[in-house]
Design a protein around this ligand. Structure first.
Ligand SMILES: [Zn+2]
Length: 384
């Protein structure tokens, strides 16, 4: 009981609570995923807001997300500065926190500026759509209602949030695939890809059912729940980039994931493939080179060629092979540990959302087909 209370207290303290009021307008960051550090009023209708990184040095992906509450109908101008970093994400607004629309804006001297016509009530402004810890909790809960899919706790984050995984077990098979997401909190288009991708592999389609009959799945959709809750630009609450920690395992988040992976390996499981979902400026699949000694050598190339043939022709499948030893990147850790392929699945920040969903569905489908067409022996090198 005492532990429970202290955990609750910790969560309460960790939830971002920030608000500033200026007569008829106020700005608040009192929700999971919010980010707003300071506000100033420059003129009766112009406000300057600040979003600061959790620590530096940092990859500049400035997150901002807040509510604007107005007492009356009025037009305001909002500028946001990012502690000398340039803005990365295009502003979006929502009246319900669910449906978002892009708005016009300009960038000058690293400052993002847009005007908002306000009505009495509140409006969300955010760098990207908000996919928060509650969304993951509800989504995993729903998926875990399906037969053969189990939701498990794999440990707690630095601030005590529960990290969860979904597991799908294939009777009598040792082959495992791993799907990973949200190491970097603001990379929402990666999450927008991962959710339908996972929905597809866990669906009731005949293909998905055959796939899960043969392949076990470990799915860890939200690697950085503290960063998500606190509106971080990139790191966890220890100021560490989790996708540089798959070598030292200095953080509880990567330790929790590794322990779960190790438990599977100790129980004789063999990891044959992994996907780690992210976002960047463009749609790109970071792959391991075909001559890196992984099995089967062309597994990913063949899959992506299939995706390229079957996806909408307006989408360009761009694989970028590369190896980056010693940097603590998940894909590298996985390939070096299991001698099988892993990719970093990157969706562009501004890729059309319908396209992200289409590519997620199509890549899940072609991956399942391609994996089923690959013999178990092809995933293992002789003698390994
Ligand atoms: Zn990333």
């Amino acid at each position: 009981m005492i532990k429970k209370i202290s955990t609750l207290l910790l969560l309460f303290l960790a939830t971002p609570v920030f608000a500033c009021e200026f007569g008829s307008v106020s700005f608040s960051a009192d929700f999971d995923g919010a980010k707003l550090d300071r506000c100033e009023q420059l003129s009766p209708s112009h406000y300057l807001l600040h979003s600061n990184p959790e620590n530096r040095p940092i990859n500049p992906s400035p997150w901002y997300s807040f509510k604007v509450v107005s007492k009356n109908k009025q037009d305001v101008v909002i500028s946001i500065v990012f502690d000398s970093s340039r803005p990365r994400y295009l502003p979006k607004i929502s009246h319900d926190g669910e449906r978002w629309q892009n708005i016009d804006f300009e960038v000058q001297d690293k400052k993002l500026t847009f005007s908002l016509p306000l009505s009495p009530g509140s409006l969300w402004v955010s760098a990207q759509e908000i996919i928060d810890n509650q969304d993951y909790a509800e989504w995993t809960e729903r998926l875990a209602k399906s037969d053969g899919i189990q939701k498990i706790a794999i440990g707690r984050s630095t601030q005590g949030r529960e990290m969860t995984a979904l597991i799908s077990r294939a009777n009598g098979s040792k082959e495992w695939m791993l799907l990973l997401g949200r190491q970097h909190p603001p990379e929402v288009t990666g999450a927008l890809a991962m959710l339908p991708f996972v929905d597809a592999v866990l669906s009731d389609s005949p293909l998905a059912k055959s796939f899960r009959k043969r392949f076990n799945l470990l799915i860890i959709p939200n690697m950085n729940p503290d960063g998500v809750a606190n509106g971080h630009w990139r790191h966890n609450t220890q100021g560490i980039d989790l996708n540089r920690d798959w070598i030292n395992f200095s953080q509880v988040e990567t330790q929790n994931a590794k322990k779960q992976i190790d438990r599977i390996v100790e129980a004789d499981g063999r990891f044959v493939f992994a996907v780690d979902f992210h976002s960047t400026q463009e749609d790109v699949f970071y792959t391991m080179p075909t001559d890196y000694g992984l099995s089967p050598a062309t597994f990913v190339d063949d899959w992506l060629a299939e995706l390229n043939k079957t996806a909408a022709s307006s989408f360009k499948v761009r694989p970028k092979p590369g190896s980056s030893p010693g940097r603590g990147i998940f894909k590298q850790y996985f390939a070096d540990t299991f001698k099988t392929h892993a990719i970093t699945y990157e969706m562009g920040d501004n890729t059309e959302r319908a396209m992200i969903t289409h590519i997620a569905n199509q890549s899940a489908k072609t991956l399942m087909q391609h994996a089923l067409a690959t013999l178990p022996s092809q995933f293992y090198k002789k003698g390994s």
